[in-house]
Design a protein around this ligand. Structure first.
Ligand code: GDP
Ligand code: CA
Length: 318
């Protein structure tokens, strides 16, 4: 085992959660902190929903729906169906059990608890040993510029099924947002920082848009390594490839490495993209190729172990 000390992983939802599960298994209990994107958060039915936190939480608790990667396995939507009959919005799919998470979160926030505290309580109740931290307690909202106008993130992502082309992205509230003491401490204590294979624009992008976090990541002494969400020029799911293209980036692991270069020491590409390793090295990063398709627990653990070993080699050589 290359790392036993604290490791911080940065994650969005489905792609990020998969590697987070691998890391949680590869590290000693409690050694993993996952800093999660909150710029996708929304209020619906009067409830505060944090989709990426919930995805990471349900995956780490072993209760996520294996087909979608989000939501709770076996959950039904009876409550949502009735909400629909009352005239409420049903485009954002919320399961019956899932609703309990949003109800509890909303109640605790209304009582004055911070999102960081509420997340800790929810995760602990689900028996999760890893530390899940919202990237900030401040409110940040991703806004997507499209030919149809500027859209709220979930309107673009879920309601319109990522169909509009993306001409720009901004993170409303990011300039004023502050990193929490918990996030700062996690970065200060980290012996390695791992960028999960999350969407670089709308999952990692908002985390980097928090000025204190960007600053800490840029100056971190711990090795910083990322895993490409783009394999063979395509995303495994979601709009990352289309977004990269329409925003003028190369749609490849190299394109992602270039975006994240200032906050990385090393970048892991899939074995299918081994040919890109040398061009990634030319950007000044270290790079290796590993099998990175995480289809089951074993592939998640193996990738996590490979990423941690890579991080430790980066550390030794700097
Ligand atoms: P979201 O917030 O639910 O959209 O999820 P993320 O931003 O965390 O992850 C989306 C990205 O994960 C997509 O670009 C996918 O290509 C990537 N992804 C999903 N599964 C895998 C996997 O098994 N391996 C790798 N390397 N990337 C993956
Ligand atoms: Ca997300």
């Amino acid at each position: 085992m290359s790392f036993s000390g604290p490791v911080v992983a940065l994650a969005g939802g489905v792609g990020g959660a998969k590697l987070a599960v691998g890391l949680a298994h590869a590290l000693p209990e409690g050694a993993l902190t996952v800093v999660v994107n909150t710029a996708d958060d929304l209020v619906l039915h009067g409830l505060h929903i944090s989709p990426d936190i919930d995805t990471v939480m349900y995956n780490l608790a072993g209760m996520s729906n294996p087909e979608t990667g989000w939501g709770i396995d076996g959950d039904r939507t009876s409550a949502l169906d009735l909400l629909g009959r009352y005239g409420g919005p049903t485009w954002f799919r919320l399961g019956d059990q899932d609703l309990a998470t949003h109800i509890r979160r909303t109640q605790r926030l209304a009582e004055g608890a911070r999102l960081t505290e509420v997340t800790r309580e929810l995760a602990a109740s689900l028996g999760i040993k890893a530390n899940i931290l919202p990237m900030t307690d401040s409110s940040i909202a991703t806004r997507v510029k499209t030919p149809e106008g500027e859209l709220e993130f979930q309107d673009y992502f879920v309601a319109r099924g990522t169909r509009p082309s993306v001409c720009g992205v901004r993170f409303q509230g990011a300039d004023e947002a502050r990193a929490t003491p918990e996030v700062i401490r996690a970065f200060d204590e980290a012996s390695a920082i791992v960028f999960c294979p999350s969407n670089p624009i709308v999952s990692i992008g908002p985390i980097l848009a928090v000025p204190d976090i960007h600053e800490r990541l840029r100056s971190a002494s711990a090795p910083r390594v990322g895993v490409s969400p783009i394999i063979g020029g395509a995303a495994l799911r979601g709009p990352a490839a289309e977004m990269l293209k329409s925003l003028g980036h190369e749609v490849s692991a190299l394109g992602v490495a270039r975006i994240l270069k200032d906050v990385l020491d090393g970048f892991v590409v899939d074995t299918e993209d081994e040919a890109l390793v040398s061009s990634i090295k030319e950007t000044g990063l270290r790079s290796i190729a590993l099998p990175s398709i995480m289809s089951d627990l074993d592939s998640k653990k193996k990738l996590a172990q490979g990423v941690l070993a890579f991080a430790s080699s980066v550390q030794k050589m700097t």
